[in-house]
Each structure stands twice: as C-alpha cells, then as structure tokens.
Ligand binder design. Structure first.
Ligand code: ADP
Ligand code: MG
Length: 421
C-alpha cells in the first residue's frame, strides 16, 4: 500500500486465503470531515478560507451572506477525490464547485445534499452527502501537495510533498515518482527550520514566501503531533495569486489509541459513513471487522480468528466477519458480540471457536447461552471450545437446552459450519 491510499481508501487487505473487502471505512484511524479538520487547523494557525457548513440547501444564501467574494461549494464526505466525483441519483458531476452568488450556492448544495457521491475512494454505491461546506474561494497560482504521515517504514513521521498537487497525487506517485519529496522527521527533535526551509524551496517558494511556507509547515506539524494524528494531508496546499498560502483541502486521521486524551477530536466522530456493525462493536471494545460472507465467527485472539476465517474459506464457506473477543472479555461483551452477529442479515450460521486461556470457556459458554436466550437464536450454531474450564463450558452449553452443534477441533468446526448452510 502506498502512502496515499493507506487510510483513505476502502479496506482491501489480503491475508492468506482470505481477502478482506469491506467497502466501509475502518475505525482504527478516526476520520474527520474537511470542515472538522479545518476547525483544528484554525486552532493551530494553519491558513484556511472562511467557511460555513449547511445541511439544507435553503440555508445557502444566509451562509453565503456571511462570506465575502466568490464561493466554493464542497460536499462533506470522508472520501477524497470529490472534485472528480459523480452523484449517483442524477449523474451530476463534481462534489466541488465554484460559484458567485448565494442563489447559485443554493442550487449547487441542492444538487449535492441527500444524494450519493461516488469518487475513486468510495464504494461503488457512493456516500450519502449530509453536509455541504460553502467557503470563500481563493485563486490558486500553484496547487501543491503537503502531507505528514506516521509511517512504519520510517519509524515515525515523514513529510510527503510535491509541486504537482491538486487532485490526483496517487497518479503523480505512479507516473512521476521523482516529483514526490519525502522528508522523515525525528519525532524527538521535531521538525527543524533547516528542514522546513529545504522543503519550502523544493516546493518552489521564493523570497519572503519561504518563511511563510515554513511557518505553515511548522503549524501543520504541531497539529499533527498535538492531536495524535496518523495523517495530515493538505491537497491542494496552495499559493494564491495574491501571495498567500492556504490549506485548501484538509484530510486528517487520528490514532484511535489516543482517543482517551483527544476527547474533543473523537467527539467529532461521524459514524454515518461507517459500517454500523463496527460502530456497535467499538462500543464494547470488540475487535470486529465486517465482511461480505455468511458465516459469523466469534473467536478469541487475532491469530486464531484469522486461522478460523482461513479454514472456513478452505472448506468452501465465507466468513461474515473478523471478530476477536479478546482476553478480557466478560459475559456481557460476549453477549453483545453475539447480538451483533445474529442481527446481521448476512449471517446464516455462527461458528464459535474459543481457546480458553485468560478468557475461560465457561464464561464464553455463559455468554452464548445468555445471548441466545435474549435474541432467540434461529440459525445454526457450531461451537468448538478448548482450554481452561472446557468441561464446565461444555456442560453449560449441554444443559442450556439450546440446539448447538458441538465440534471437536478447528477442522471439524469449520466443516460443520459450512455444512449447515
Ligand atoms: P477533493 O480532494 O476531495 O477533490 P478539494 O478540496 O481538493 O477536494 O477540491 C478539488 C479541487 O477544487 C482543488 O484541487 C481545487 O482546484 C478546487 N478548489 C477547492 N477549493 C477551492 C477554493 N476554495 N477555491 C478555488 N478552488 C478550489
Ligand atoms: Mg483535495
């Protein structure tokens, strides 16, 4: 995966026999809308145009009256590539449009709101536009690319920049890799003046603009570090005809592990574009990724979960999800996990594969029984338990009176789960 499609694109990961192809966005890196990202930019002294956000087209004239000059109307969805996107319902082209008056902004907002925008980074069915930004337009002389990413290869932040910014940086990276500048930053030292000077010059700034550009870069770096971002992407990072520097677009992702100390940022989370199954799962601290298959899996341990999914595939089935209930799961979390599986209309049978270690088999069994009773299980359930308190777990299941197919080992369990379909 390249820098540029690491987080923004829908998830496509291959692991062994299995291909993840969730069309929705993963939640491990919180994604914000452009207007939310720009709120943070304002706070860190990154130049953005003045803007308003509306969710009704009829609010456009009022919003426009609070802004000066020409306007730009922009669909707010988590995916990028909006400028070149298309609205499914009407075929209307472009999720970013320039206009001059409030009336025009109203018409454009009407074309966008409550319609699905398809871009290179959305699923085929597009994303419902629920908010539109109306901003003061600027006149870019040069559209550059500037991003800061937390990168495994560099073991820390790396700045990626290019004079060839604008809409399609992925294409630039493919066709003209030499046009992409990469500058690793020492996370302890932070970004240095020498680095920002070099970058400003490489990006073609001259004269007094060099210091201005340096300043903007430093502010973007502060934003990146202080908000626990994993990516701050500004495309275009623009120099305007009147000599100003603006972050015209903003795409920021955050490390979910930092949610405890970035409360304000995480409160901005908009779950409307996320897989509802995953939204529910995060409430209970479950590691869950929704997939397209029909065998619901409940497993403890990521490795065992992967192996279970592979073996289902090997016997001709397809998993409906990845779910690792973890070592710290309680009867309550198991119950919630079970509810997520049974509520999913895709799921035609459930396979529970637990190796009881820290997580004991009897706790899992009690959770399954409680959940089955609550939801009134109507689909086949195959259970393979092994490990700590396995006998007790089996006994709880047997005595529950529930219709459970017991399996002896992983192979047996996968075969039985596939056979129930
Ligand atoms: P996306 O990356 O999702 O396509 P952008 O915000 O980058 O959305 O907008 C796409 C293009 O629209 C930009 O590259 C720029 O050419 C133009 N654009 C965006 N905002 C403005 C603005 N405020 N004034 C003028 N042109 C703009
Ligand atoms: Mg952009």
């Amino acid at each position: 995966m390249s820098f540029f499609n690491s987080i923004r694109t829908p998830l496509h990961k291959t692991t062994g026999l299995l291909t993840f192809s969730s069309t929705k966005y993963q939640v491990r890196h919180l994604n914000l809308h452009e207007y939310q990202s720009k709120l943070l930019m304002d706070r860190f002294g990154v130049n953005t145009q003045k803007w308003r956000v509306i969710n009704k087209a009829s609010d456009a004239p009022k919003a426009a009256s609070e802004l000066t000059g020409e306007l730009v109307v922009k669909a707010q969805v988590h995916a990028g590539g909006r400028g070149k996107g298309t609205f499914i319902e009407t075929g209307f082209k472009g999720g970013v449009h320039l206009c001059k008056t409030g009336a025009e902004a109203q018409r454009l907002a009407g074309e966008m709101l409550n319609k699905h925008l398809v871009t290179k980074q959305t699923a085929a069915e597009g994303t419902l536009v629920q908010n539109v930004m109306i901003a003061e337009s600027v006149d870019p002389k040069r559209e550059l690319y500037f991003a800061i990413l937390m990168d495994r290869k560099y073991g820390g932040p790396v700045i990626v920049a290019s004079q060839k910014g604008g809409v399609d940086i992925e294409q630039v990276a493919e066709e003209d890799p030499a046009a992409i500048i990469k500058e690793p930053v020492d996370i302890v030292k932070g970004i240095t003046d020498a680095q920002t000077k070099k970058l400003a010059e490489q990006l073609g700034f001259t004269g007094s603009k060099i210091a201005d550009a340096q300043n903007q870069m430093k502010n973007l770096y502060q934003l990146f570090i202080k908000t626990d971002a994993t990516q701050v992407e500004v495309n275009p990072f623009a120099e305007t005809t009147d000599g100003k520097i603006y972050a015209m677009d903003a795409k920021i992702n955050f490390d979910d592990n930092a949610s405890f100390r970035q409360k304000e940022v995480f409160e901005m989370r908009d779950t409307a574009e996320e897989d509802p199954r995953e939204v529910e799962a995060t409430k209970y601290g479950l590691n869950y990724i929704g997939l397209d298959g029909n065998i619901g899996c409940m497993v403890n341990g990521a490795g065992l979960a992967m192996a279970t999914m592979d073996i289902i595939k090997l016997y001709g089935g397809t998993p409906a999800n990845f779910l690792d209930v973890g070592g710290g799961a309680t009867e309550k979390t198991v119950t919630e996990a079970f509810k997520i599986l049974t509520k999913d209309p895709r799921v035609k049978s459930i396979l529970v594969n637990i190796f009881g270690g820290i997580m004991k088999c009897d706790v899992i069994a009690a959770g399954i029984v409680a959940a089955c009773k609550q939801v009134g299980l109507k689909i086949p359930l195959v259970v393979r338990l092994e490990g700590t308190n396995v006998e007790l777990g089996k006994k709880i299941l047997q005595e529950s009176g529930l219709n459970i197919v017991a399996a002896n080992d992983l192979d047996d369990a996968a075969k039985k789960a596939v056979a129930t379909l």
